[in-house]
Write a protein that binds this ligand. Structure first.
Ligand code: URA
Length: 238
């Protein structure tokens, strides 16, 4: 965040109106990094300096940002990686100075749609099972799954002692060697799509998430991100 006039920062933080904030400053009730500031118009950077008004530190409502990234294979979706592998957040650094984190996870070897934000509340809400955000993947699997195999996967199969929720599967292309399928699930178990296909004898060869809720990856190139319009967020639940 750039430096702003002190009275403007106080007003934006909801401490007082601009006029009343000026009065607080004149009266010596505002400190910046411990120093009383009485000069109106002093420019302060609230992301680097501590502002106290009548002894209370200011809490600024942080700007919220939402990004959609086309994650490449080989990137981890954690904030840092002890093994030194590349992390997804480095791919969006040029778009925002705010610290963002990925919502949910995609495997190292999975590519595609990944939402990043600094909005912890929304992230929690989205991931709560009661929302059942649907996620669609394009999966290239080994072999040619039979109709009844697809049907079984759609109905739900036993996976690690728990039945998977109903899924939707569409065959996009199929040869004896491999098939390209679109699968939509509502859960987010670890490596779920890979485990589902492995369980029926058709291991996943490539996996790409093409939609997160109603948010479509579209033509976003691999490794690129775009800032979402807040109105687009509603599509997650749509
Ligand atoms: N299912 C998987 O197997 N991997 C992912 O990254 C996401 C869903």
């Amino acid at each position: 965040m750039a430096a702003e006039r002190l009275q403007k920062i106080l007003a934006q933080a909801g401490v007082a109106s601009r006029r009343a904030a000026e009065e607080l400053i004149r009266q010596g009730k505002v400190r910046v990094d411990g120093q009383v500031i009485t000069e109106l118009g002093t420019r302060v950077d609230p992301s680097r300096q501590t502002i106290c008004c009548e002894g209370k530190p200011l809490t600024l409502a942080e700007e919220k940002i939402y990004l959609l990234l086309n994650k490449p294979v080989g990137y981890v979706t954690t904030a840092s990686d002890p093994q030194g592998r590349p992390v997804v957040t480095t791919l969006v650094k040029h778009l925002t100075a705010l610290r963002v984190f990925p919502v949910g996870r995609l495997d190292l070897d999975t590519e595609g749609a990944l939402l990043l934000t600094n909005d912890g509340e929304l992230a929690q809400r989205i991931q709560h099972p009661s929302f059942e955000v649907r996620k669609s993947y394009e999966a290239v699997v080994a072999g040619q799954p039979a109709r009844d195999t697809i049907f079984r996967l759609e109905q739900g199969i036993e996976l690690e002692g728990r039945r998977t929720w109903p899924a939707r599967i569409r065959t996009l292309a199929s040869t004896k060697k491999e098939s390209r399928l679109e699968i939509t699930i509502h859960e987010g178990r670890k490596r779920q799509v890979r485990k589902m296909f492995a369980a029926v004898g058709h291991p996943v060869l490539r996996l790409k998430r093409i939609a997160y809720g109603g948010l479509l990856l579209g033509g976003l190139p691999t490794g690129q991100a775009r800032i979402l319009d807040p109105r687009e967020l509603a599509r997650i639940f749509g």
